[in-house]
Design a protein around this ligand. Structure first.
Ligand code: AMP
Length: 498
């Protein structure tokens, strides 16, 4: 394994590396840094959490000039989300303390003026999300004609989010000869096609095969009905602990309601999704990083912006509809070599999504049981709750009472069953059941009863001689059941005698 000092970085940047707390380069850093320093275009497919931000920030800033007043930017980083832009900005700012570069971040959701002002003063490094950058270009607050290095970060996500046309226009506005670096967690056809047009003789680095998942993440699934998911989540948080957990929900609405539920369960939870303001998002991420919030409930759009170390585990409260999102989600745990764990709650309706994910990662995800969690009871309770809700909605007091009765009965039965099971496990005698006792006593007295107390013989059918069942007709006489000729003659003799 190489160390940072063998990669060709200057003493200043090596000091920045130490300040960042990095000791040994990650594989993507070892491979990319020398290529970038040599001026090559690079297409790097790296799994999430592999250290790709430093893989481009360190070498690019190491060889970057200084634009001077009212000039620049000289380096442009385009990234899909505000959180990623902040994360890249933080690494660049650390390096800039030593290289003395000016770093500016422009993202949507915050006011334009401070960004315009920073750009007017001049900047060396510009980190931007595509929408806001295009707005500022349209207002002529920024020009890209001095850009000498373009970094396209999380290219696959930009394609997924529909940013490809904007990114193409931005790249086209970088009119000076420039070096291009493209980073993407997965390299699919759309990304490859775009790279073919935007990069010149690129060198490919550490291409993660499509579907490769972070190797340090243990993955499990829990089969559960949709309605019983909240109880399963509660049991998971209680049994595995909830120090630093990320829960993924499918929609913003579900993320909100899930976060509310988790808070009611007694954990500190916050929702993180695109309906939240930039400040709310920052506050939530900050609180999560500092441990003031233990459970972050997020949607896919913001999954990649979460860069918090030591996430204990990730829960897919809803499994994603896009299989690639599964890889990004589980990449939030087990970052930079740490071990992690991802648990997916899968209901029967998600069978197809699960198949797609397993096909993509080329392995089947093992099932796990949550200690102390009774799936059957949770599902039955959840079904009762939905029935009660439907009954309440029907506004018919009789229906409501009937549904309540039924669920109370079911609960009683389940309790009895559980008690009996517990007793039989402990090897204790059967329950004190009066009716069972009576039955046993009856059986015992019947066994000891004298012959005359035995039931009288059943009457026989006149024609067939077959015993009649009590109070009923004789069964139909079949050929095999007919009495024999000798028997019939004996009966006839008896009749004649009297
Ligand atoms: P990234 O893939 O850039 O999102 O980085 C993921 C995480 O890895 C971040 O929290 C970085 O601070 C951390 N990281 C990056 N490079 C290294 C390194 N060489 N050693 C240890 N941690 C690193």
């Amino acid at each position: 394994m190489s160390d940072f000092s063998s990669l060709g970085l200057s003493p200043k940047v090596l000091q920045a590396v130490r300040n960042l707390g990095y000791e040994t380069p990650t594989p993507v850093q070892s491979e990319t840094i020398p290529l970038v320093l040599a001026g090559k275009d690079v297409i790097a497919g790296a799994q999430t959490g592999t250290g790709k931000t430093a893989a481009f920030c360190l070498p690019c800033m190491d060889k970057l000039g200084h634009a001077g007043k009212h000039c620049g930017p000289l380096m442009l980083v385009v990234t899909p989300t505000r959180e990623l832009a902040d994360q890249i900005g933080a690494v660049c700012a650390e390096v800039a303390k030593l290289t003395k570069h000016k770093v500016t971040t422009v993202v949507g959701g915050v006011s334009y003026n401070p960004q315009r002002e920073a750009l007017r003063r001049g900047t060396d490094v510009l980190i931007a999300t595509p929408g806001r950058l295009e707005d500022l270009m349209g207002q002529e607050s920024v020009g890209l004609d001095q850009v000498g290095v373009v970094v396209l970060d999380e290219a696959d996500r930009m394609v997924d989010m529909g940013f490809l046309p904007a990114v193409k226009r931005i790249v086209a506005a970088c009119t000076a000869p420039h070096q291009t670096l493209l980073f993407s967690a997965t390299i699919d056809d759309a990304v490859q096609k775009f790279a073919d047009g935007a990069l010149h003789h690129p060198v490919s680095v550490a291409i993660a095969r499509k579907g490769e998942t972070a190797q340090t993440v243990d993955q499990y699934l829990v089969r559960i009905s949709h309605a019983a998911k909240p109880s399963a989540l509660k049991a998971l948080l209680q049994s595995r602990g909830a120090k630093r957990v990320i829960v993924f929900a499918r929609t913003r609405h579900r993320a909100d309601s899930c976060a509310r539920r988790i808070s009611k369960m007694g954990f500190k939870a916050e929702a993180l999704h695109s309906d939240k303001s930039q400040n709310q998002r920052r506050r939530a991420l900050d609180a999560f990083a500092k441990g003031k919030v233990n459970v972050l409930v997020a949607t896919d759009v913001l999954a990649r912006g979460i860069d918090v170390d030591q996430v204990d585990y990730v829960v897919n409260y809803d499994i994603p509809t896009q299989p690639e999102d599964y890889i990004h989600r589980i990449g939030r745990t087990g970052r930079a070599g740490a071990t992690g764990c991802a648990i997916s709650l899968v209901c029967p309706e998600n069978a197809k999504e699960l198949r797609d994910i397993e096909a993509l990662i080329k392995r089947s995800i093992p099932e796990m049981t949550i200690p102390g969690f009774d799936v059957e009871a949770a599902e039955s309770d959840a079904a009762d709750r939905s029935a009660q809700l439907a009954a309440r909605r029907s506004k018919d007091p009789e229906v409501e009472a009937a549904v309540k009765d039924l669920s109370a009965q079911k609960r009683k039965q389940r309790k009895k069953k559980a008690q009996a099971e517990a007793r039989s496990k402990a090897g204790a005698p059967a329950a004190k059941n009066p009716s069972a006792k009576k039955k046993r006593a009856k059986q015992a007295s019947a066994a000891q009863a004298p012959a005359q107390t035995a039931k009288p013989a059943k009457k026989k059918d006149k024609r067939s001689g077959v015993p009649k069942p009590a109070g009923g007709k004789a069964p139909a006489v079949t050929k095999d059941m007919r009495p024999g000729r000798a028997h019939r003659a004996a009966v006839e003799r008896q009749r004649r005698r009297g």
